[in-house]
Design a protein around this ligand. Structure first.
Ligand code: HEC
Ligand code: HEC
Length: 500
């Protein structure tokens, strides 16, 4: 390259960078190499470890609370010296495995405290009015109870804010899955003009500078990461905190545990699935312990005192067992909502928001976020399968927040489902489609009805309607309610509850 052209490139990048006059340059604001002298000494670093029932049964049972301070033997990788240092063991709620933590962002108490402080601090928004918690409010299930959420200067977004409960396990983030790690996701809101940015294109550098100037952040970042606050470390702190927003031990999990204790089914060697009597035992136990959150979630009403008679418990248990059967059977729900979080981490077009066979502009879904060269037309209008563990507080539902109750969601699967060219195969009535095609081939009918043909190819699409009766629909709703986990621990959910 000739020298004068090289000089021009430097000049051009300086012009494009209005903050260059500052001592910080952009790369310094994005990330820095950690200085080990600033970091907390190894023996003072408090690691946070997740202990799950499934993998560390005995240890899990002994832990009395969600957050347990203790000690551990550890070897300092630099000096090879063995030290005893404090550690926090998080008792992962029943039904969940230990959340994955990336190697480049190990969780420590110092990082977690920073993440928590930033999550509730409006410092990341351009005008200091909006925090992550404004839209992901712990008081309303780490989401907003409105169709879409309101960000900076009252601007409204297009999408329903997802709950952050159990977000640690999620493979893809955002409705179109455009981020594949929580650290990546955290880049989004700060520079989104509908959320926290004021549009000038320098949202992140300015946010980093505000954090550096604010309160005690400077020392705390140095101790936790060995660097100043940077875009990288702010994202890491937020991600670490969000990994602890956990909720499990639902009535369903308890019934599964009770069933498991009965043993393994001889037929398929799988643990026995819960049936009526297991649900009954789980409900009776909750009534006895006056477990208001679990029973309020189940009954769909905030209960002050729990008085449920024996026959009522039986009816509830019967409905739950029925609901479970439909979910895993005739309803086909488990085809997409499966595993411990009830999601396949996939994307599907259910026809939500489709009008007269067409997707509204701006709602192309997964196809839009796939990189060029990896586009899959079948994922047009496809959105992420949400997990189902926090539904009681996370309405309204779907990517556009268009369904405001669980009853309406079930009604959607039962009798609606808007046909369109890209409707997921599992949501199409393949039998009805085949019968219609056959009747045309056999000339019983002239041609296919116009209103069932979609797209350039004029593809025949008939949405699957479950056609469950009222009773079974109610049972299915009750089953969804029974997946609601315990409230998220106050240490995580309440900004005022601090570590001692
Ligand atoms: C103005 C409201 C608003 C603010 C402020 C906000 N979010 Fe969100 N958040 C949303 C919406 C809406 C979505 C879904 C957007 C989409 O899918 O395109 C979302 C998605 C997410 C997701 C992905 C969840 C999932 O299931 O895919 C995470 C994680 C998240 N936000 C964390 C944060 C963090 C951390 C902050 C603060 C730095 C924050 N949000 C600030 C509204 C907001
Ligand atoms: C083909 C895959 C698939 C099947 C089958 C399926 N779902 Fe879904 N479910 C999804 C997707 C994808 C979404 C989000 C759709 C959107 O917003 O466009 C969703 C959304 C939901 C929601 C709303 C969650 C939220 O947080 O907004 C509930 C509740 C739900 N499904 C329950 C069920 C039940 C009950 C069944 C069985 C009757 C079922 N699903 C069958 C894929 C599926």
């Amino acid at each position: 390259m000739n020298i004068s052209r090289f000089g021009l490139v430097i000049l051009a990048s300086a012009l494009a960078w209005p903050l260059a006059a500052h001592s910080d340059d952009r790369s310094d604001l994005d990330a820095q190499t950690p200085d080990p002298r600033l970091l907390l000494p190894f023996e003072k670093q408090q690691a946070i470890r997740f202990v799950a029932a499934e993998t560390s049964h005995e240890e899990w049972h002994k832990l009395p609370a969600f957050w347990n301070a203790g000690t551990e033997e550890a070897t300092d990788p630099e000096t090879n010296r063995k030290v005893t240092r404090s550690v926090v063991r998080i008792k992962v709620p029943l039904g969940l495995s230990a959340p994955p933590v990336p190697d480049d962002n190990p969780l420590t108490v110092a990082r977690w405290e920073l993440g928590k402080a930033l999550f509730f601090d409006p410092v990341l928004s351009a005008d200091g009015t909006v925090s992550c918690a404004s839209c992901h409010d712990p008081k309303t299930g780490f989401t907003t109870p409105t169709r879409v959420s309101t960000g900076i200067k009252g601007r409204q977004g297009n999408f329903n804010a997802p709950t952050l409960v159990n977000v640690a396990y999620q493979r893809f983030h955002f409705w179109d899955g455009r981020a594949d790690a929580l650290e990546m996701q955290a880049q989004g809101p700060v520079e989104n003009p509908r959320e926290m940015s004021d549009d000038d294109g320098d949202a992140w550098p300015r946010a980093v500078q505000r954090v550096r100037r604010g309160g005690t952040y400077r020392e705390r970042f140095q101790a936790a990461f060995g660097t100043e606050a940077t875009r990288d470390t702010i994202a890491k702190a937020l991600a670490g905190f969000q990994r602890t927003i956990l909720s499990g031990n639902s009535l369903h999990d308890r019934a599964v545990l009770i069933a498991k204790k009965r043993g393994v089914s001889p037929k398929d060697r799988e643990p026995i699935a819960p049936v009526l009597r297991d649900y009954r035992e789980a409900i009776e136990d909750a009534v006895q312990r006056q477990d208001t959150p679990a029973l309020s979630a189940l009954m769909g009403a905030q209960l002050a005192e729990i008085e449920i008679s024996g026959p009522e418990v039986r009816l509830l248990a019967e409905s739950l067992a029925n609901g479970r059967k439909i979910f895993f059977g005739r309803g086909g729900c488990h085809e997409c909502h499966r595993g411990e979080r009830f999601t396949d981490d996939g994307f599907h077009n259910l026809g939500v928001g489709v009008v007269e066979g067409k997707l509204p502009a701006g709602f192309e879904g997964r196809i839009k976020s796939l990189p060029v060269g990896r586009k899959d037309a079948a994922l047009t209008g496809a959105f992420k399968t949400p997990g189902l563990r926090g539904l009681v507080h996370s309405g309204p539902y779907m990517h556009d927040g268009s369904l405001d109750s669980l009853e309406k969601v079930i009604d959607f699967y039962n009798s609606r489902g808007e046909a369109n060219e890209f409707l997921d195969l599992r949501r199409r009535d393949r039998e009805a489609e085949a019968a219609l095609l056959l009747s045309v081939r056999q000339k019983i009918q002239d041609r296919l009805p116009e209103n069932l043909l979609f797209g350039k190819e004029q593809k025949l699409v008939i949405p699957l309607r479950l056609s469950l009766g009222d009773r079974l629909q109610r049972d299915l709703v009750l089953f969804l309610r029974s997946l609601q986990g315990d409230p998220v621990d106050a240490l995580v959910a309440d900004p005022k509850t601090a570590l001692r």
